[in-house]
Design a protein around this ligand. Structure first.
Ligand code: UD1
Length: 337
C-alpha cells in the first residue's frame, strides 16, 4: 500500500482526491491546518472510502512539523494542495499569500529531498496563462505576468519546482494547471465549503438558490463573447481528482523530471450557460442581474486538453449538467447538516 502525502487534504479538491486515492488502493495521509476546511470532512472521507484515513493536523510553514510528518511516514508521492486561494484577499494581503503558499512548498521540497520522496504533484492554475491571445490555450503558451499575488504564487511555485527538478535529476514533479473546478462528490457528503461570502461563481449560484444570498451579480454583460458574459472551462471536481491519481501513476512509471498539464474539459461556457445549466439541473429559478465587470477578470479561456488526454490517458467525463446537479445536492445537504 503506497503512502501518499496529501497536503490540504480536507479542502475542496484535496478531499475529493483523497477519496479517489483510496478507491485506487493508495494509502493517503492528510495534512491540513483547518484554515479553510472543517474537521468533519475527515469523518466524511472515512465514511465514503470505508476506511480510516490518516490525518495530521498542522501547518506546513512550520519546518519542524513538516519534518515530523515526513519522518513518521514513508511517502512514495506527494500531492500538494495546501494554499490560500482567494484572488481578492491576495491583493489585500500579499505577504500572507507569498508566505503561506511558498514557504510550505519550500519546506515540503526540502523534506522530499531529505527522504528521497519523488512523484510530486503540484496544484497549479490556468491563471498562469493570463488572457491568451488565441484559444484554446495549450501548455506551450507563454506564462503572462500574474494579475494577483495569488496567481503569482502559482507561477513562482511552478518555477521553484522546476528549478528544484533541474538541481535534482532523480526528482519527478508534475504541475496540474486547473481550469475552473466545480461540483461535488455524488454522495453529497463532501464539496466546496466557502468561508463567508463566496467569491466564486458556482457557490454563489447555489447559495442564491438556497436563499442564503438574495441575488447573483453577473460581472459584465458586454464582453466580446456570444452572450456578452465571460467564458471559462468548468471542470467537475471528481474528474479533476482522478487526474491527480493518473498524474501520480504517470510520474512513477515514466522517466520524467518536470512536466505540466492543463486539466479542463476543453469546452468554454459563459456565465449565462452555467446559470441555465443550473436552473435546468435543479429546477430552481435563479435571481440574477448583470452588473459592472469585476476588475482583473479575463474575458475568455478554455483548455486545449490534448496533452493530458494523450499522456495521462485522462479525459473529463462529467458535463455541466452533472456539475450543477452535484453542486446543488451538496448545497441542499449543507442546509440539513
Ligand atoms: C479565479 C482565478 C483562478 C482560481 C479560481 C478559484 C484568476 C484569473 N482566476 O477564477 O486562478 O483558481 O478563481 O479560486 O485569477 N462571476 C460572476 N459573479 C460572481 C462570481 C463570478 O459573474 O458572483 C463570474 C466571473 O466574472 C467569471 C466566472 O464567473 O467570469 C468565474 O468566476 P470565478 O468562479 O470567480 O473563477 P475565476 O475568476 O475564473
Amino acid at each position: 500500500m503506497k503512502n501518499i502525502l496529501v497536503t490540504g487534504g480536507l479542502g475542496f479538491i484535496g478531499s475529493h482526491t483523497v477519496v479517489e486515492l483510496c478507491d485506487q488502493g493508495y494509502n493517503p495521509v492528510i495534512v491540513d491546518n483547518l484554515s479553510n476546511s472543517k474537521i468533519e470532512v475527515h469523518d466524511r472521507i472515512d465514511r465514503i472510502a470505508s476506511k480510516s484515513v490518516s490525518f495530521e493536523e498542522g501547518d506546513l510553514r512550520d519546518k519542524a512539523f513538516t519534518e515530523r510528518v515526513f519522518d513518521k511516514f514513508k511517502f512514495e508521492g506527494v500531492i500538494h494542495f495546501a494554499a490560500s486561494k482567494a484572488v481578492g484577499e491576495s491583493v489585500e494581503k500579499p505577504l500572507l499569500y507569498y508566505e503561506n503558499n511558498l514557504t510550505s512548498l519550500v519546506n515540503i521540497l526540502e523534506q522530499a529531498k531529505r527522504h528521497e520522496t519523488s512523484n510530486f504533484i503540484f496544484s497549479s492554475s490556468c491563471t498562469v496563462y493570463g488572457q491568451p491571445d488565441r484559444l484554446p490555450v495549450d501548455e506551450s503558451f507563454p506564462k503572462l505576468p500574474a494579475e494577483s499575488p495569488y496567481g503569482n504564487t502559482k507561477q513562482i511555485g511552478e518555477e521553484i519546482i522546476q528549478d528544484f527538478c533541474k538541481a535534482n535529476s532523480a526528482f519527478k514533479a508534475i504541475s496540474l494547471r486547473y481550469f475552473n473546478p466545480v461540483g461535488a462528490h455524488e454522495s453529497a457528503m463532501i464539496g466546496e465549503l466557502p468561508l463567508g461570502v463566496p467569491a466564486n461563481l458556482v457557490p454563489f449560484i447555489t447559495q442564491t438558490a438556497a436563499g442564503i444570498r438574495s441575488q447573483l451579480s453577473i460581472f459584465g454583460g458586454d464582453y466580446n463573447t456570444p452572450d456578452g458574459t465571460c467564458i471559462r472551462d468548468y471542470i467537475h471536481v471528481v474528474d479533476l481528482a482522478k487526474a491527480h491519481v493518473l498524474a501520480l501513476e504517470y510520474s512513477s512509471r515514466m522517466n520524467l523530471n518536470y512536466d505540466f498539464f492543463n486539466v479542463g474539459t476543453g469546452k468554454g461556457c459563459s456565465v449565462l450557460d452555467v446559470i441555465k445549466a443550473f436552473e435546468s439541473a435543479s429546477g430552481e429559478k435563479l435571481n440574477y442581474k448583470i452588473v459592472d465587470r469585476r476588475p482583473g477578470d479575463i474575458e475568455k479561456i478554455y483548455a486545449d486538453t490534448n496533452k493530458v488526454n494523450q499522456l495521462l490517458g485522462w479525459k473529463a467525463e462529467k458535463g455541466l449538467n452533472e456539475m450543477m446537479k452535484s453542486a446543488w445536492e451538496w448545497q441542499k445537504k449543507l442546509a440539513i447538516d
